[in-house]
Design a protein around this ligand. Structure first.
Ligand code: FAD
Ligand code: MLT
Ligand code: ZN
Length: 474
């Protein structure tokens, strides 16, 4: 191993091969704190050529690689296992925006560029890169592509795979595939770009990407709407689509438990409505500089919603500051729940028509398994995607984290069974990582798992790319 480390130092420089535990600390524990491993080294290449040389050296040495971007993943896919023999390959130094073409509507970036920096580069040329996540100040485009991230703009613009036109990837043997063509039309065989998207670092290291840009949407009409239940929220989506059409950009649901945690733990957070409600929707319309009818459309949505008892109250943002405050209530939930105590995350999708019944039924199930458990239910209801994240019961006002941890396996199994029975997916947007690899394989057919293993075997026969992630035992 000394030979490998010496060689890696010649490739990337001594300062970028981290072997001391203190230097590695930020790279070996995930955002949730649930997954903590040890690494042989954290290696920080500065270019695609350096990534290729690092991967080739690890391939020759038979050393496994864990690609890592911003380390904001929520399923333990970007951190090493406990063995201490894996190399974490961090893309954190590869932060160059290579090209922006507003007319073609494309931006070409290194994989280590932070999502917020891609958004800013697009804005500088009067365009929009629409992907938006609570973690956008830290997560990288490489991580977004590797997880096929979702977020709050999927309703209008789609998941990451719909925003990518081409990739550059270092393959497990160190060869580089240059697929940065950026063509909208290219029917020349298997779609390799789409194969690597969502592969969670198990098929290669993404080093660059061509992404799609859209017309900028500087106009917004935003409301925080109190709704009686999930069924009303889903019905409100239909009303919003009817009145706002393509301007409907965001439709997020938040339960009272989630709002309570934000109000308790987010400095400055204020409930925008006087009376409490069990459920809320954050609804936003977005338009270009010439779209002047957004406020009227929002009024029409809310007017019909109140008339038909789909909404009981609403706060409309009257300034950019008020808009930011409403968004902070939504985007602060993950952090607030983490401050509260242990969190058992579930990131599920169901056919949207089944969501209301599913939430009611699974609520009873989890309460039966762990009395007092607190479902913090929120997320991208417009996409049929709920974050059904459980907080521990309160005992004398404190989060009983041990109780949640002891019940975790049974709770997750029951939730996944309910998802499967409802024809849904146990991972809507965060991926499988280490947390859900085994569960996902158990719910897929043998044919589907065989096909996935065949792809893995074809691209990574040595099993050196992120072993244990996405596919159990691979
Ligand atoms: P990492 O965490 O570093 O890695 C994630 C996975 O991608 C790992 O398997 C890793 O091996 C692989 N990977 C990383 N970079 C590369 C690369 N260059 N090549 C190959 N593989 C690579 N996710 C959503 O989808 N929607 C949300 O709304 C959302 N909100 C979030 C809010 C908060 C507060 C937090 C903390 C997370 C949220 N996430 C969300 C999860 C997370 O931010 C996303 O999964 C994001 O895409 C991960 O990017 P990253 O750069 O941090 O990747
Ligand atoms: C979000 O949409 O805020 C995150 O994906 C949810 C989470 O942190 O579980
Ligand atoms: Zn989400």
């Amino acid at each position: 191993m000394t030979d490998l480390l010496d060689h890696l130092r010649t490739v990337v420089g001594d300062d970028h091969v981290l072997t001391e535990p203190a230097d590695q600390a930020a790279y070996v524990v995930d955002w949730t704190g649930v997954h903590a491993g040890r690494a042989l080294a954290v290696v920080r290449p500065g270019s695609t050529d350096e990534v290729a040389a690092v991967v080739a050296a690890c391939h020759r040495a038979g050393t496994a690689i864990v690609p890592q971007g911003g380390n904001t993943g929520l399923v333990g896919g970007g951190v090493p296992d406990a063995g201490g023999g894996q190399v974490v390959l961090s893309l954190g130094r590869m932060r160059t925006v290579r090209d922006v073409d507003p007319v073609a509507g494309t931006i070409t970036v290194d994989a280590g560029v932070v999502l917020a920096d891609v958004q800013a580069a697009a804005e500088r040329v009067g365009r929009l890169f629409p992907m938006s996540l609570g973690s956008e100040g830290s997560c990288t485009i490489g991580g977004n592509l590797a997880t096929n991230a979702g977020g709050t703009a999927v309703l209008r613009y789609g998941m990451t795979r719909e925003l990518a036109l081409g990739l550059e990837v270092v393959l497990p043997d160190g060869r580089v595939w240059d697929g940065l063509r950026g063509l909208r039309k290219d029917n020349t065989g298997y779609d390799l770009t789409q194969l690597f998207i969502g592969s969670e670092g198990t098929l290669g290291v993404i080093t660059g990407a061509v992404l799609r840009l859209f017309p900028a949407t500087p106009r917004h009409a935003t409301a925080w709407v109190a709704v009686p239940d999930v069924a009303a929220a889903v019905a409100l989506l239909g009303v919003a689509q009817e009145h706002a059409g393509a301007h409907l950009a965001t439709f997020e649901i938040v339960n009272r438990q989630a709002l309570d945690l934000v109000l308790a733990h987010l400095p400055g957070a204020v409930d925008p409505l006087e009376a409490p409600s069990e459920w809320y929707v954050l609804l936003e319309l977005a338009g270009t500089g010439t779209d002047t009818g957004l406020d009227d459309a929002l009024e029409a949505v809310l007017g019909e919603a109140v008339e038909t008892d789909l909404a009981t109250d609403a706060a409309i943002a009257g300034s950019p500051g008020q808009r930011a405050a409403l968004w902070a209530l939504r985007e602060g939930i993950s952090e607030a729940q983490k401050v509260e105590g242990a969190t058992l995350k579930h990131d599920v999708t169901l056919p949207i028509a089944r969501l209301a019944d599913w939430v009611a039924a699974v609520g009873q199930t989890v309460a039966g398994l762990l009395p007092g458990v607190r479902p913090v239910t929120y997320g991208h209801v417009g996409d049929g995607n709920l974050h059904y994240n459980l907080s521990a019961p309160l005992v004398e006002g404190r989060s009983d984290d041990d109780a949640l941890r002891s019940a975790a396996a049974g709770l997750s199994a029951a939730i996944y069974d309910a998802v499967a029975a409802g024809n849904g997916s146990i991972s809507a947007e965060h991926g499988l990582g280490r947390t859900k690899a085994a569960a996902a394989a158990a719910y897929k057919s043998d044919v589907e798992v065989d096909l996935m293993r065949a792809v893995k075997q074809a691209l990574d026969p040595g099993g050196l790319m992120n072993p244990g992630v996405l596919l159990p035992g691979a």
